[in-house]
Design a protein around this ligand. Structure first.
Ligand code: GLU
Length: 615
């Protein structure tokens, strides 16, 4: 399929969805585009955090591109409009359902540690762990970018477009500019101090010394040129070319702004770039209420931890429980799964991860035995023993009888096309704003992903699966997820938010499958995140609604303004597609479909057909 810039401009007439308000004229000429949390229709669906990126993805689908094409195009657009989360200086995980072969595949585009990085890389001269922010804002935290190779691999394996064609919409956005919204302004303001330390970041993101004003047009000609370079010469420019040499030079010796203090130098070399691979991996799979739930295997802990918790919850009849006992089980299953994540999950090339056991029904049943329906367990709970030998519960247990340093970082996009192909893609540069270091003249930020390593073991007598090592991938929590039933597409989702990603995906799935909510409601519902800590992190609305009753069971809560920013799509009966994004969090996301449908979407069950058989 040939795509030219002029055709993109001509696409102003494509219907952007039943409920999508964003017009498809060039962004630079528009007012701040609308955000829209729900769209239903046909021809394909796209949900991202950003209206421009959703529009770019829809345009690709409308022109006959498939879900992989649209996902890469939308990601490239996010690299422009969400540069603090989604740039080519970072990494991510791409999970794909191919309708023709009815298989789910994944690409591990996680950053790797430089070959020169040892286990003590994040210790200071006194062998104490570095202060976290000192580590973040440094060349030391920069891992080998994986996003460019992920895009190429996704297009080669699953797509129909060339890299240049897929980059086209993003290039145009970078060239012509996009309208600054409140979220972009606020994220820039939150990073002002960090960006001010680095000359190229201050020049690009703090024009005139301040964050760009809401309603102004933000252009990034350097990034447009970088995308053009990748389009013309391929990603070898990054992994073996001048662009890569610039990345290495910048990571090793970031150019500080006048008056800024020195930062720790990076270890990245051209050899690290040349050796980088983004391998295809088998997805994780668990069966939940008769649905097949696919996720990302290690180096992410997303698939294993969401999967283990679902395995535990599959033993409870959540849909017939009142809300508070159901939430109690959700919190406890999450804590147990996190204990095992922390003990056993790391880069599988360096650590024997007992993945099959962590996801086995036998281990889930053993872990479910620990849940007391009347009392919250003391946290942190110890890790279990996924050794393959699982006895019956030592005591009758009603739960089975009845059936860090995290922020709103990263971005998740979900695409479903008319043929049933699905892309569920989470990408990041780690912190919002990454390391804060822009590659001079190239228009993108470098990641600080290596701060996802554990800096020092908390107990030297216990093996730690996530210490730094040469070439190693730091453990991630990203959880791009695809759900099938009998091999047919049902839904897909994911979220940003560090380790809260896992609980956001878990809670949203449980809301949708067991909680009688449609996908948009499941995403909008107030969140709580229990990651095996003494106190549950929860949004104020969750605490208002359930805090008192859950506190009576022994849970304690710490309020946090927002957890996650999810997107998802669902295949509804009758050939309809639903796209869903956040109504409020992170300023609201953008859901769109290619063709709107008319119809009574308020009819009972229209958007939330029964999905799973309750165990
Ligand atoms: N670096 C995080 C991870 O891989 C994602 C960034 C975030 O959302 O905090 O788990």
């Amino acid at each position: 399929m040939a795509r030219r810039r002029s055709t993109l401009l001509a696409l102003g007439g494509v219907t952007a969805g039943l409920l999508v308000g964003a017009p498809l004229a060039p962004a630079a000429a528009d007012p701040v585009p609308d955000r829209q949390p729900l769209a239903v229709g046909t021809g394909g669906a796209v949900a991202t955090v950003d209206p421009d990126a959703t529009r770019v993805g829809l345009e690709v689908l409308a022109e006959g591109g498939n879900a992989a094409d649209a996902a890469v195009a939308a990601a490239a657009a996010l690299g422009v409009t969400e540069p603090y989360s989604a740039g080519i200086g970072g990494g991510g995980y791409f999970v794909y359902y191919d309708a023709a072969s009815r298989t789910v595949s994944t690409i591990d585009g996680r950053e790797t540690a430089p070959l020169a990085m040892g286990a003590d890389a994040f210790l200071d001269e006194r062998r104490d762990p570095l202060p976290f922010q000192e580590a973040v804002q440094s060349g030391l935290a920069v891992g080998t970018p994986g996003t460019p190779l992920t895009w190429v691999r996704a297009l080669e394996q699953f797509g129909t477009l060339s890299l240049g064609e897929a980059l086209d919409g993003g290039t145009r956005l970078a060239d012509e500019g996009f309208v600054v919204d409140q979220t972009f302004h606020d994220q820039t303001a939150d990073n002002q101090e960090k960006f001010a330390r680095f000359a190229a970041s201050a020049d690009l993101f703090l024009p005139g010394g301040a964050p760009p004003e809401v309603g102004s047009v933000f252009r990034n000609p350097d990034l447009a040129r970088t995308y053009d370079l990748l389009a013309a010469d391929g990603v070898e420019e990054l992994y073996a070319g001048d662009l890569g040499a610039d990345v290495v030079r910048t990571a090793q010796d970031p150019t500080e702004a006048p008056g800024a203090g020195p930062v720790r130098a990076g270890l990245l070399t051209e050899e690290d770039l040349a050796r980088y691979d983004a391998p295809l991996r088998e997805p994780t799979r668990v069966d939940y209420r008769g649905l097949e739930v696919y996720g990302m295997a290690p180096s992410s802990s997303g698939g294993s931890t969401v999967g283990e918790a679902l395995g535990i919850l599959d033993l409870s009849r959540l849909s017939s429980l009142p809300e508070v006992p159901a939430l109690h089980r959700y919190l406890e299953a999450s804590a147990l799964a996190f204990a095992d994540r922390n003990a056993y999950v790391g880069d599988p090339a360096y650590t024997q991860v007992p993945l099959a056991q962590l996801l086995s029904p036998g281990f889930a049943a053993e872990r479910a035995c620990a849940i007391d329906p009347d009392h919250a367990l003391a946290k942190p709970v110890p890790a279990g023993d996924p050794d393959g030998e699982y006895g019956p519960c030592p005591a009758e247990d009603a739960a089975t009888q009845d059936g860090g340093t995290e922020g709103p970082n990263t971005t998740h996009l979900t695409v479903g096309d008319a043929a049933g192909n699905i892309a569920s893609y989470t990408l990041t540069i780690e912190q919002t704003g990454g390391s804060g270091i822009t590659v001079p003249g190239r228009g993108f930020l470098l990641n600080n992903e290596l701060t996802d390593f554990t800096f020092a073991p908390s107990d030297v007598t216990v093996p730690e699966p996530n210490l730094p090592a040469p070439g190693k991938r730091p453990r991630s929590s990203m959880s791009p997820t695809i759900v099938l039933r009998d091999g047919e597409p049902v839904l897909a989702l994911g979220s940003p938010g560090g380790s809260t990603i896992i609980t956001t995906v878990l809670q949203t799935l449980v809301n949708r499958v067991d909680g009688h909510m449609d996908l948009a409601e499941a995403i909008a519902a107030p969140r709580a995140s229990q990651r095996n800590t003494a106190s549950v992190e929860a949004e104020p609305a969750f605490i208002d609604a359930h805090g008192e009753q859950l506190t009576a069971l022994g849970h304690t809560f710490t309020a946090t303004a927002e957890i996650g920013a999810a997107t998802g799509i669902e295949y509804l009966p009758g050939g309809l597609l639903l796209a869903a994004a956040e109504p409020e969090r992170r300023g609201g996301g953008s859901a769109g479909v290619v063709h709107e449908v008319a119809g009574d979407l308020n009819a009972p069950g229209a958007l939330a057909p029964e999905l799973g058989a309750d165990g």
